[in-house]
Design a protein around this ligand. Structure first.
Ligand SMILES: [Zn+2]
Length: 276
């Protein structure tokens, strides 16, 4: 994807349509960091380190986590078994959610980590998760920086933002902030790297805006949560319906807060109606 930035997909417990997490290796001058070792099988820690060694990596200095959903952290204990006492960087809001007993370094946004001649800058990008981080990599070669974006988006576009943790307004702000940094490349955790970052990020923002418009339109008449879901999302497979409900609720929360939509019923099932 860029000099010193590689990805390898490993099977993980993630959300459809994906079944793998793309683990990122950033290396320079023989030193490396591993980002989001979310693989399911402990033995994949060996495969991951063998892959790194094939690329000339001698030492892994650190593990970085974009956030602590299981498909990003499940492999941490197995990896620490092999690597020993390397620090694990995670946002302070999620520091207590890392499996295993690694040396946790709470790391908020706007920190700079040095890796050989390269630098990695942490960006707090909440929305999908409270403590979501993205990592901006500036190469030792002087090439323009790119961003390892975790679940800020996927290879297929926007990501899942759902209750209880998801915050749609924060998510849109994070996508906008990453877009404004104009990354030369964008690595994501599900799907191959995004080829044209800026148009892809613009498309995510446009999609979010249009989703909100259709939600407001559908709420023109009182509708239950399930009826809104059908109106806004159309046909949804039964096994993903709970996730879509959580996403719909995350979209409703700011609209309720901003009094653009009213809750007419007693609980989250609605009905809801657009404020006249
Ligand atoms: Zn996630």
């Amino acid at each position: 994807m860029a000099p010193g930035v590689l990805q390898h997909a490993f099977a993980s417990n993630t959300l459809p349509p994906f079944d793998a997490t793309w683990v990122t290796l950033v290396h320079d001058a023989g030193r490396a960091v591993i980002i989001d070792p979310g693989f399911r099988e402990p033995a994949d820690a060996d495969a991951l380190l063998a892959w790194a060694a094939r690329h000339g990596v001698g030492d892994v200095d650190r593990i970085l986590l974009t956030h602590t959903h299981r498909d990003h952290v499940a492999g941490v204990p197995a990896l620490l078994d092999r690597l020993g006492d390397v620090p694990v960087h995670v946002h302070p809001l999620e520091a207590d959610r890392v499996p295993g007993d690694g040396r946790i370094i709470p790391t908020s946004g706007e920190r700079t980590l040095v890796l050989g001649n390269a630098t990695i800058r942490t960006l707090h990008t909440p929305g999908h998760a409270l403590g979501h981080l993205a990592f901006e990599v500036t190469h030792g070669t002087g090439e323009p920086p790119g961003i390892v974006a975790g679940d800020l988006l996927t290879g297929k576009g926007g990501t899942w933002v759902g209750l209880p943790e998801g915050d749609v307004r924060a998510y849109v702000a994070s996508v906008g902030a990453v877009r404004d940094r104009n990354p030369a490349w964008l690595a994501v955790a599900h799907g191959p790297a995004v080829e044209a970052p800026r148009p892809a990020l613009d498309a995510v923002l446009a999609h979010r805006a249009s989703r909100e418009r259709s939600l407001l339109e559908a709420a023109g008449v009182p509708r239950s949560l399930d009826a809104l879901l059908d109106a806004v999302y159309g046909e949804v497979a039964e096994e993903v319906r709970p996730w879509v409900r959580a996403a719909l609720l995350a979209n409703l929360v700011p609209l309720l807060r901003e009094r653009k939509v009213q809750l007419l019923g007693e609980d989250e099932n609605g009905p809801y109606q657009r404020t006249p």
